[in-house]
Design a protein around this ligand. Structure first.
Ligand code: OOB
Length: 557
């Protein structure tokens, strides 16, 4: 590991922090000069024969993970990837994902973390905004996923397309770069070393803008959040962590996540899908000790007959976050699953709050935790921008050793998302208890949170407006017992289509065909003749959220 020096600091870091803030965090010992490559290297040299990762097809020790990373690096090198090259990664939960990420860090490259559910529209946007050199996706998979690689090939000729099959014994020996297999027989680990202050990767923001923003995280800031999460969540070397949510998401990556497991040399079990049957049998089979879930998945687990068929007694902790968890569901975790609940209120931009393992039950079930670092700064502001009285609700703004001060290459969005003194405006309405614990009470941002998946209504509206039968559209989140929110699209048809609007099935097919992410496709379409208006004549989404009875009935399936 390199000594943290202040020599390598540019005036403004890629995450928007000024050099003086970075110096401060180094002096405090929060930033240690470690890079993500160092994290992988120490795990591999520290516990070579311990199981690092298990998926449905492969089980790798840390030594084998290192060998896989070297082969993967040979493939990426053949794709023109080197130090500083952005590479869009869109892979399912698998050992191959870990080999890919480790290889990219070893090359000093910059992963851009897409989710398998992202459509070609979003992936093309990530390629453009990040200036990607390569895209890596699966060689086999669903039609939608393979269509993304095809779209990148067709429309982004400057991006090398790497495909890899995570289901075979030697994925990298068969991987292709623009259709050609690469010789990986004598692959050696790259020797590249990068600055801990440099851009480590780009993560995606839960959309509030039509196209997702990219979140620049540095090695120093992100690894501090990993180490702190490991402490707060008590992750130990003998632990077996189940990854049920998409592995590229910030929650599964670092709260405490895959990187937390690597930090202590624990074992990662990649679930093929998040269903209770798959996960509960994996828990029993591998002796899983921890897992991270979004609230709808926790409900699915709690209400599944699979709980009675499998023995979940190895589970010690469940982390639940990404969307608001109900007190009722929270109270069932201990008695029914026999483990401790930790609520997690986090964001890919930085700040992560956890309930603590020794918090009284009442705080664990009724709050979303408190900031994980004593160096997290929080402001809770009223509409006029002044601080609210203690305990009152307001919009949360935050700054700290692992929270970004800018998005990647969108100055106009940065101007409204960050204050001049570098606080991130979360758009979450919260109140804070005297203990420091936070209760999330609402949202002051145009975003739908569909069971933890964040959807920007504008993104869906833009695509629907492209349909020839649609005159105008408004997309809102409506309350849903299981998901928290579902997506409802109100459509005003063009005059000539009034008598025959496309069915919901046709509209869904249209949206997927345009490359919209699967989780952003509306659950309900409703045809109306006009939208409710606010005083100034804008569409009143507030009224639409409350509109229970459709004016002209749903577009029929
Ligand atoms: C996590 O990250 P993102 O970037 O997908 O979404 C962040 C937003 C927050 O601003 C908030 O609106 C919502 O998701 N959220 C919650 C929540 N956790 C996240 N709302 C209510 N209660 C919660 N517990 O979602 C994320 C990142 C790291 C760890 C955990 C979640």
């Amino acid at each position: 590991m390199s000594e943290p020096s202040t020599q390598d600091l540019p005036p403004v870091l890629p995450n928007g922090m000024p050099a003086e803030a970075a110096r401060h965090y180094r002096e405090l010992g929060l930033w240690t000069g470690q890079t993500h490559r160092d994290l992988f290297d120490s795990a591999i040299s520290g516990r070579p024969e311990h199981t690092a990762v298990v998926d449905r097809h492969r089980s790798l020790t840390y030594r084998e993970l290192g060998e896989g990373m070297a082969r993967a690096a040979a493939v990426f090198r053949a794709a023109g990837v080197g130090e500083g090259s952005p590479v869009v990664v869109q892979l399912p939960n698998s050992a191959v994902f870990l080999e890919t990420v480790g290889a990219l860090f070893a090359l000093g490259a910059v992963p851009v973390f897409a989710l398998p559910a992202h459509g070609s529209r979003e992936v093309e946007h990530f390629c453009a905004l990040a200036d990607a050199v390569a895209y890596v996706g699966p060689r086999r998979g669903t039609r939608d996923l393979l269509a993304v690689a095809d779209a990148v090939r067709e429309r982004r000729g400057d991006v090398a397309v790497v495909t890899v099959d995570e289901r075979v014994a030697e994925p990298w020996a068969e991987a292709t770069v623009d259709g050609d297999v690469v010789d990986v027989r004598d692959a050696a680990m790259p020797t590249t070393r990068v600055s801990p202050a440099s851009l480590a990767f780009l993560q995606l923001s839960g959309g509030t803008t039509a196209l997702p923003k990219l979140i620049p995280r540095t090695h120093d800031d992100y690894l501090y959040s990993v180490r702190r999460s490991v402490e707060v969540c008590d992750v130990r070397p003998e632990d077996v962590m189940l990854v049920a949510l998409p592995c590229a998401h910030n929650f599964t990556m670092s709260s405490p996540g895959i990187l937390g497991a690597l930090h202590v040399g624990a074992t990662i079990v990649m679930a093929a899908d998040p269903s209770p049957t798959t996960c509960l049998s994996a828990i029993e089979k591998h002796g899983v000790t921890q897992a991270a879930l979004v609230p709808p998945l926790l409900l699915a687990w709690l209400n599944s007959p699979a709980v009675a068929r499998h023995d979940p007694s190895s589970l010690r902790t469940l982390w639940v976050g990404g969307a608001k968890l109900s007190d009722t569901a929270a109270r069932r975790v201990g008695p029914e699953l026999g483990c401790t609940l930790q609520q997690v209120f986090g964001m890919a931009e930085g700040l992560v709050n956890y309930t603590r393992l020794d918090d009284p039950e009442d705080l664990v079930v009724t709050t979303q935790g408190r900031p994980m670092s004593e160096h997290d700064e929080l402001r809770i502001l009223a509409e006029d921008g002044t601080p609210v009285a203690p305990g009152e609700p307001g919009v949360l703004h935050t700054r700290g050793p692992y929270t970004i001060c800018q998005y990647h290459r969108v100055p106009e969005v940065n101007a409204r998302s960050f204050s001049e003194d570098g606080f991130y405006c979360t758009g979450d309405i919260v109140r804070q208890l005297p203990s420091g614990h936070i209760v999330v009470v609402g949202r002051d941002k145009d975003q739908i949170n569909r069971g933890g998946e964040k959807v920007a209504p504008e993104a869906v509206e833009n695509e629907l407006l492209a349909h020839p039968a649609v005159h105008d559209v408004s997309v809102v989140g409506i309350p849903d017992e299981a998901l928290g929110e579902r997506i409802r699209a109100y459509l005003i048809p063009r005059a000539e289509h009034r008598e025959r609007m496309p069915t919901a099935v046709e509209l869904r097919g249209f949206l997927r065909g345009r490359g919209l992410s699967s989780f952003a496709v509306p659950d309900v379409f409703e045809v109306v003749s006009e939208f409710p208006h606010t005083g100034v004549g804008k569409t009143s989404k507030k009224d639409q959220r409350g509109m229970a009875v459709p004016e002209r009935g749903p577009a029929t399936d």
